[in-house]
Design a protein around this ligand. Structure first.
Ligand code: XIL
Length: 452
């Protein structure tokens, strides 16, 4: 019905007394401003007592007279809307598309939603089967299911901690295992936050993906302004990598040794970071060697963004990776993508390139923007469904690679409102699997569907 409860009650009363001959529509007397169109919208819920019954709720709002008509997808005639929830039975298994037509001023707008019905009734959120209550990590049997956290959130208890434990089996630190946090001053390391994250993972039988030893965006100021010789700089980097990797030997499964080394200018040369300036073009190889020497068993990754969307950057990345020979175990393709791109073909190209090199593939930093063009102020059903389809596509591509190339798929955040993208792009955004109330979104079910 109408979102504004006060208006709803008021206009329901008016409606009853108006003895309307347009029975079924929600009436709001025309105001001074007449909109040009009214956007159709509705929600649905499955009855808690009868899983074959759906309640449809017309949420269309407007300040002019409009007619609302339903098609329940059951093959019958269209039915006029009536005030209150509408109860519809779906007894047979299958997929049904429900359409709401809203007619205003001779114009018709529609909203559609598809539901699925299996032998147990209407599938919650469209996800059928016993997996409806299954966790991500239980469903993904062949690779680690990762997300990020922060030391202050891990042991705070509450839903964040519960979701980490119930859904995921791999943790990446969002920012506390980067150089500016672990090596804040020339004289001292600070592993307190990293220790908390690694300790939590150990206590809860989870992997830790270490991210990231070297990243130009998390270099401490004292390193940026290093005053010693180049040889002293290199010795410092060697000490940092050796100290860090040794500390977490046997506790951290894998490290991003170098993150985002490639520049976005033509040809994607190496970014002109302080590491390149002081240690030369082969600084990446040196860093991998330091890490390898510290822990022969830990898995070493190179991680970068736009690996699917840019074929030229991907080519530059593979050149860099090929040059590392046996020092590297895998490639992290950051999956900061959008509901409408990159395409499945582009994502598959990244997977194929990694698989053909017999390397492990990390679909890292997955978040899927629902609002890349800033055309939404709230997450619509349509966009949420498109996002769900993209999650399904990404997971399905990952799940189809050979077992020996599988490693982990890591989502970059738990709740929408905690995503780094909101600040980064300055737009409203809902890119993750859980909404701000920790409710599973259609995106979550898309992830599960990708595993089927
Ligand atoms: C981001 C974190 O989410 C932020 O909290 C932090 O302030 C900056 O870094 N690519 C990466 C990640 O490799 O480390 C970044 O994470 C997001 C982009």
């Amino acid at each position: 019905m109408i979102k504004n409860k006060f208006l709803f009650i008021l206009f329901s009363v008016l409606f009853i007394f108006s003895c309307s001959d347009d029975e079924g529509a929600d009436y709001i007397p025309p105001g001074n401003e007449t909109p040009e169109t009214i956007q159709a919208s509705f929600t649905y819920t499955v009855s808690e007592t009868d899983p074959h019954v759906l309640y449809l709720d017309n949420t269309t709002e407007g300040n002019g007279d409009f007619n609302s008509i339903w098609n329940y997808g059951l093959g019958g005639d269209n039915i006029s809307d009536v005030p209150g929830l509408i109860e519809v039975r779906y007894d047979n298994e299958g997929e049904y598309t429900i359409t709401l037509y809203v007619i205003f001023d001779g114009l018709t707008t529609t909203a559609t939603q598809t539901i699925r019905v299996d032998e147990n009734g209407i599938c919650p959120n469209g996800f059928c089967g016993s997996g409806g209550s299954e966790s991500l990590k239980a469903a993904a049997t062949t690779f680690a299911v990762g997300t990020i956290s922060r030391s202050s959130w891990l042991n705070a208890g509450g839903q964040h901690t519960e979701i980490l434990k119930s859904e995921f089996n791999s943790i990446t630190s969002e920012y506390e295992m980067k150089m500016n946090i672990m090596y804040p001053t020339q004289d001292s390391y600070d592993f307190s936050a990293a220790d908390a994250i690694v300790g939590f993972a150990q206590a809860n039988d989870m992997h830790v993906h270490g991210h990231a030893l070297i990243w130009h965006n998390a270099t401490p100021t004292w390193v940026e302004n290093f005053t010693g010789t180049d040889a002293e700089f290199e010795a410092m980097v060697k000490d940092y990598i050796t100290t860090t990797v040794t500390r977490y030997k046997g506790k951290v499964r894998s490290w991003d040794v170098v993150n985002e080394a490639l520049d976005d200018s033509s040809g994607h040369p190496l970014r002109n970071s302080v590491f390149k300036q002081k240690m030369g073009d082969d600084y990446i190889k040196k860093c991998f060697q330091f890490a390898r020497d510290a822990d022969p068993d830990v898995l070493l990754f190179y991680n970068d963004y736009n690996m699917a969307s840019s074929s030229t950057k991907r080519a530059a990345m593979f050149k860099l990776v090929d040059n590392l020979g046996d020092l590297i175990d895998g490639v992290g393709g950051q999956m900061h993508i959008s509901y409408n791109g990159p395409s499945a073909t582009q994502i598959q190209s990244l997977a194929d390139g990694v698989v053909s090199r017999n390397l492990k593939l990390h679909f890292a930093e997955l978040d899927i923007r629902a609002n890349p063009d800033n055309d939404l102020t709230s997450l619509t059903n349509d966009r949420s469904e498109a996002q769900r389809a993209k999650y399904k596509e990404v997971v399905a591509i990952y799940n189809s690679i050979p077992l020996e190339n599988k490693f982990a798929l890591t989502v970059w955040g738990v709740r929408d409102n905690e995503s780094w993208l909101i600040d980064f792009w300055g737009n409203p955004e809902w890119p993750l699997l859980f909404d701000s109330g920790y409710n599973k979104k259609p995106a979550y079910y898309g992830y599960l569907e990708g595993l089927q």
